[in-house]
Structures are given as C-alpha cells and as structure tokens.
Design a protein around this ligand. Structure first.
Ligand SMILES: Cc1cc2nc3c(=O)[nH]c(=O)nc-3n(C[C@H](O)[C@H](O)[C@H](O)COP(=O)(O)OP(=O)(O)OC[C@H]3O[C@@H](n4cnc5c(N)ncnc54)[C@H](O)[C@@H]3O)c2cc1C
Length: 284
C-alpha cells in the first residue's frame, strides 16, 4: 500500500513536471531540496541540489566547491537575502524568480522544459552564463571566457549574440565562439571597434574591474550560422581569415585537431589544411 502510494506520488510528480503550473513545480523542487523536512532549505541542501542538477545534465562541466559556494552566495545576494542562512518557501520562490536564467543554464527550467528555446527548429536558445574571466589582449582585443551551460550545444565556427549585465544588459552583439565544442568553457575574442565593445573592454580593464564587488553575467542567444563545417569533406582545406575575422578558425582548428587526433570524427577526408591569416596593419 505504501509502495503504491509512493508510486502514485511519483507519477503525480512526473505529470506535474510535464504539465503543471510553475507554482506546483517550485513546491516540488523545494520539497525535494528540503532533505531534513524542516520547512527551510539551508545552503548545504541547496548546494546538493545544484550538484545533482549538473549531474543530471550529464555534463563534464562539474562545479568545484568554491564555485558552488560563490554561486549560492551570489543567488542569496541577488535575491536580497544575503543576511539569511536558509530559505523559507517564499524566499525560495523569490530566488527562483531572480535566478531562472542560471537554473536553465545548469539543466532545469521551472516551466518544465530542459532548455529555454527561442526557436525549436534550430535549437537556438537564450541562456545565462557566469564565472566570467576576461583578459585584455593586444590590438584592443578582449578575450572573454565564461561557463559553458551544459545544454548549450554548438558547432565550431558558430556565432552567438551576447550581452553583459555590466554593460548595457539589453544590448546584444554578434560574436563568433573561439572555444571548441569539446571544451568545458565558452570563449569569444572581442575587438573594441565602437561604443559597446569599447565599454566592455573598459569595464573588464583590471584598473576598473573588481571581481569581489562586481558580479557580471553573460546572456547568450544562439548558436547561429552553419559553422563552416565543410572542411572535413575535402582532402585539402584552405581557410582564410582577415583581422578579427580569424575567430571562427580558432574554434575550427582546435576542433579539427581534437577530432582527428582522438578519432572522434569518422569519415574525415581532410589530410591537409592551409590556414591564411591576414592581420590588419596597425594605424600609422
Ligand atoms: C556573425 C558575426 C560574427 C562576429 N564575430 C565577431 C568576433 O568574433 N569578434 C569581434 O570582435 N567582432 C565580431 N563581430 C562584429 C561585432 O558584432 C561588432 O564589432 C560589434 O557589434 C560592434 O558594436 P559596437 O557598439 O562596439 O560598435 P558599432 O559602432 O556598432 O560598430 C563598430 C563597427 O562594427 C561594425 N558592426 C557593428 N555591428 C555589426 C554587425 N552586426 N555586423 C557587422 N558589422 C557590424 C560597424 O559597421 C562598425 O564599422 C561579428 C559580427 C557578426 C555579424
């Protein structure tokens, strides 16, 4: 009888996740997190939930202890709950509203879908990413590395549209991913050319940026574009990039070396690659 009851509770849970209202799903998630059933979720319980979500998403992007602590502290802070050590159900609802983007990024959408698709025919999704690392490079280029949401699948050479909460969060700009799909982070190389790209570079300039006080996040839409995947069909491939237009090849060449050296790709005809890069001359 007890087993039968549990079976039905389990079924109800599955049905609620596929059809139920957000409120019902939040209650279930809250109860699942509240391991000791004391009516509040402490930081340890929240940390367990985040870890299991990452596992469920079957990703190799595991979060280490510091990252989990940082993420949880950030979640408490963003919801204005930094003075608390545990969450009541109302606090939890508030936090989920604040952090829906990040929870999608680690594999859970409270509306029941795995991913917040903008276009299901192309798998284009909108996601939030965090743990941003930015390095200023020569020629006004900024390298931005950020967390790879496990549900975000892309091909080498594809682009995203990106915004940053620290710099006009409503404004999205196109950039090619310079990371390769097998890597557990995403990266873009962004050349400062106009108002937004200069603002981004100045924001992350170490003389202005204080990681302890500033906690920017990246919103990304994508992936877009075909990703120039034809290289593997031909014995000889010629890749030509000019200036910052070299970015797709950073990803493609990395993918090519990884894919062919690990026998990950079958049916690769490509035996030789000529790569030509024409760096733009600096102004006199
Ligand atoms: C598919 C795609 C991939 C891109 N990949 C990269 C990349 O990997 N790295 C990188 O540094 N830049 C890339 N860009 C260009 C980048 O999007 C622009 O430099 C950036 O949006 C400029 O914004 P801004 O406000 O700083 O300057 P703006 O004043 O808006 O523009 C500065 C210069 O960039 C040109 N520009 C602006 N927006 C676009 C656009 N959407 N398409 C084409 N040209 C534009 C303008 O005509 C102007 O010459 C890419 C653009 C596209 C369309």
């Amino acid at each position: 009888m007890i087993l039968r009851g549990r079976f039905h509770t389990g079924l109800d849970t599955v049905v609620l996740f596929s059809k139920g209202h957000t409120e019902d799903k939040l209650r279930i998630i809250f109860d699942m997190c509240d391991n000791d059933r004391n009516g509040v979720i402490d930081k340890g319980e929240l940390s367990e939930m985040l870890r299991s979500l990452v596992e469920i998403a079957r990703t190799n992007n595991s979060l280490n202890d510091d990252q989990v602590t940082e993420l949880i502290d950030g979640m408490f802070q963003s919801a204005g709950l930094e003075h608390k050590d545990a969450l009541s159900y109302d606090d939890f609802k508030l936090m989920m509203r604040e952090y829906r983007g990040d929870l999608i990024a680690i594999g859970l959408d409270c509306k029941g879908a795995k991913q917040n698709f903008l276009d299901t025919s192309t798998n284009v999704a909108r996601m939030t990413s965090f743990h941003i690392d930015a390095v200023l490079l020569p020629s006004d280029v900024l390298k931005v590395t950020f967390y790879h949401p496990p549900n975000f699948k892309y091909l080498s050479g594809q682009q995203i549209r990106l915004s940053c909460t620290g710099v006009k969060p409503e404004e999205f700009h196109s950039f090619t991913l310079t990371s390769a799909p097998h890597e557990n982070f995403l990266s873009c190389h962004i050349k400062a050319q106009g108002p937004w790209t200069w603002k981004l570079r100045n924001y992350f300039d170490p003389s202005n940026f204080n990681p302890k006080e500033m906690d920017p996040k990246i919103q990304l839409d994508g992936p877009f574009g075909g990703g120039n995947q034809d290289w593997y069909k031909f014995e000889v491939a010629v890749m030509v990039g000019g200036g910052i237009g070299v970015t797709p090849y950073a990803s493609i060449l990395n993918d090519l070396v990884f894919g062919t050296s690990t026998n990950r790709y079958s049916g690769v005809a490509c035996k030789k690659v000529y790569f030509l890069w024409m760096p733009v001359a600096p102004p006199l």
